[in-house]
Design a protein around this ligand. Structure first.
Ligand code: GRF
Length: 204
């Protein structure tokens, strides 16, 4: 585990921690999107799965990581000292499945966002992740799915909506084909939406 720097480079006013525990294709796009950005940088990957593909992606792009453990995250100090040491100002959940503890939400009020691979409030909540979401969408027979980017509160997939984009559910879709279409939307929109949100915040 690479420890986060104890003296953050404050030349970037917005310093993102990406929390991810999957393959990390969204995390990678977000990191790349902000490379060379004048005010925003991804400064930390927070991961709870030693075997997650996202770790190699972040390492290849020079982003330090913090590997976290359940007890301390969910019922301890939520790793706030490490987040503070890295100068984190904004948190992006990109395929992170643990519930975010209240301590973290209170330390980053309206500064934690999540992406969900369906049109919330439908097809969200505990257990609704990955292929479970796409299977539920197909079983419901709805004509559209999409993505939702939303603030994080203490309930799963529940905070205020920030952005949604839609795609068709096509005849013959399987969870995999639908997931691929939804993933494309995520890759296209997630980083620009974060950028706009941070820029809007600076103007306010
Ligand atoms: C995405 O589909 C996202 O909506 C969900 O987890 C998935 C992460 O995919 N929260 P990847 O690891 O970024 O490829």
């Amino acid at each position: 585990m690479t420890p986060p720097s104890s003296s953050p480079d404050t030349s970037y006013p917005e310093r993102i921690a990406v929390f991810a525990s999957g393959s990390g294709s969204n995390a990678e796009r977000i990191i790349r999107h902000f490379e060379g950005h004048p005010t925003v940088r991804v400064v930390l990957l927070v991961c709870n799965k030693p075997q997650a593909g996202v770790r190699a992606r972040a390492a290849a792009l020079g982003v330090p990581e913090l590997l976290i453990e359940r007890g301390r995250f969910l019922s301890g100090d939520a790793y706030l000292p490490e987040l503070k040491a890295a100068g984190v100002t904004f948190i992006v959940l990109a395929g992170f499945l643990w519930k975010v503890p209240v301590a973290l939400i209170e330390a980053f009020p309206r500064r934690i966002v999540n992406i969900h691979p369906a049109l919330l409030p439908a097809f969200g909540g505990k257990g609704m992740w990955g292929a479970h979401v796409h299977r539920a969408v197909l079983e419901a027979g709805v004509p559209e799915s999409g993505i939702s980017i939303h603030y994080v509160d203490e309930h799963y997939d529940h905070g205020d909506n920030i952005f949604q984009a839609r795609c068709a559910v096509l005849p013959g879709d399987t969870p995999d084909t639908l997931a691929a279409r939804v993933h494309e939307l995520e890759h296209r929109h997630f980083a620009p939406v974060i950028e706009e949100l941070l820029e809007r915040g600076r103007e306010a």
